[in-house]
Design a protein around this ligand. Structure first.
Ligand SMILES: [Mg+2]
Length: 386
């Protein structure tokens, strides 16, 4: 059975303009427009809510914005500062899940399906994120919590600014039905108008339409449109900067052929890579050794694990196996030894949650204890022998 996804959409309120009001308190409560100068045919990048009351919105020509709101304070874009705050916000997101899909500097989807065991219900995670953004940056965000991306984004927008809306399988239809068809993803002005001429104005109207009728308007997009009208969306949160691998490597002062020494180095690397995987709540399917000789000839040897893991023991065993294979077949003095973990996926992705294998549980507790000690006393505090 497919697990129900838990998606959070976070969207900062009037981001650039709010940052300006944050940094310059005298601007608070005033109409602030951030963007390019009117004399250079600039456009609005962001408008404070005070300016929006006059009908100013982003992407509008600045000259037009100033006509609508002559008392507005117009400021240039300070991208460095927005990026700085964006990084702070992302660090908060990544504390809760590795599955973060940024849509822009101030907006992202988070898949927290696998985070509930650690951090509680999705709505609790959403609340915590909203509060942390407020306390750490001084800015407000609107947050939507829902079983899919479409509904989560819709939810974050419903009570903007400073909104917090939860959409569930139970309440989704009553929330969707009265909304205009233009609120649906991919329904632009042209499609909206075409739907209106057929008397399809609300999402309820759309939901009652037949695929055949919708096909005459949007062609083969009809099925998708109907699914969205029913609040269904299967698209996955796609972290664009997702790491492909994690690695640790070491170059030696002089070439080393002593296998005991090399295995000790490899064990340290396995522990380091495993710990980094655990910190990022990722697990790996494959480990790869990188073996470089004194003449810079470089070999790689991979080993695929039975199942993805971030436990030190199985990762180390796979690394050791690959090393012994290499040592039996080629061997030699190495200038560099490295270990990479790849085939990364979020922790618990393929896990059967019903029965935990007691051996795995034991290893997990051991790793947690080692991680805690190393976090406190440093990397060299604890060692296991190969
Ligand atoms: Mg925003």
């Amino acid at each position: 059975m497919a697990r129900i996804r838990q998606i959070i959409h976070v969207d900062m309120d009037a981001f650039y303009a709010s940052v300006e009001q944050l940094d310059r308190p005298e601007l608070r409560g005033k109409a602030v427009i951030v963007g390019g100068a009117a004399e250079n045919r600039g456009v609005v990048s962001a408008a404070s809510y005070e300016a929006r009351k006059y009908g100013v919105h982003s992407a509008m020509p600045m000259a037009q914005a100033i006509r609508r709101c002559p008392e507005a304070i117009v400021l240039p874009v300070r991208m460095d500062r927005y990026v700085e705050i964006s990084k702070q916000i992302h660090a908060i997101f990544e504390h809760y899940t590795p599955l973060v899909e940024p849509l822009s500097l101030d907006e992202a989807f988070l898949d927290v399906t696998g985070s509930v065991n650690l951090f509680g219900l999705p709505e609790e995670i959403g609340r915590a994120i909203k509060e942390q953004i407020k306390t750490q940056t001084g800015l407000t965000a609107s947050v939507g919590v829902a079983p899919n991306k479409f509904l989560a984004k819709l939810a974050s927008d419903l009570e903007k600014p400073d909104g917090f809306v939860i959409i569930t399988e139970q309440n989704k239809q009553s929330i969707l039905d009265p909304l205009g068809v233009g609120r649906i993803w991919g329904v632009g002005k042209v499609t909206e108008k075409a739907l209106h001429t057929r008397g399809i104005r609300t999402i309820a109207d759309l939901r009652r339409s037949s695929v055949e009728e919708l096909e005459t308007i949007v062609g083969n997009g009809a099925g998708d449109l109907l699914r969205l009208a029913h609040g269904e969306d299967r698209s996955a949160v796609a972290p664009d900067r997702q790491r492909k691998s994690l690695s640790s490597e070491q170059t030696f002062a002089c070439d080393i052929s002593d296998t005991t020494v090399l295995l000790n180095v490899l064990l340290e690397q396995a522990e380091e890579v495993a710990q980094r995987l655990r910190k990022r709540r990722l697990q790996a399917r494959t480990i790869t050794l990188k073996l470089r000789y004194g003449d810079f000839r470089t070999l790689t040897r991979s080993e695929t694990l039975g199942e993805a893991t971030n436990l030190t023991q199985p990762l180390w065993e796979a690394a050791e196996k690959a090393f012994r294979h290499w040592n039996e077949r080629s061997g030699g003095a190495l200038r560099l030894l490295g270990l990479a973990a790849s085939g990364l996926e979020p922790e618990g992705a393929g896990e059967k949650l019903l029965f935990a294998d007691p051996e795995t549980e034991k290893l997990k507790r051991l790793d947690q204890a080692v991680d805690a000690i190393r976090d406190r006393y440093g990397k060299r505090a604890l060692h296991r022998g190969p």
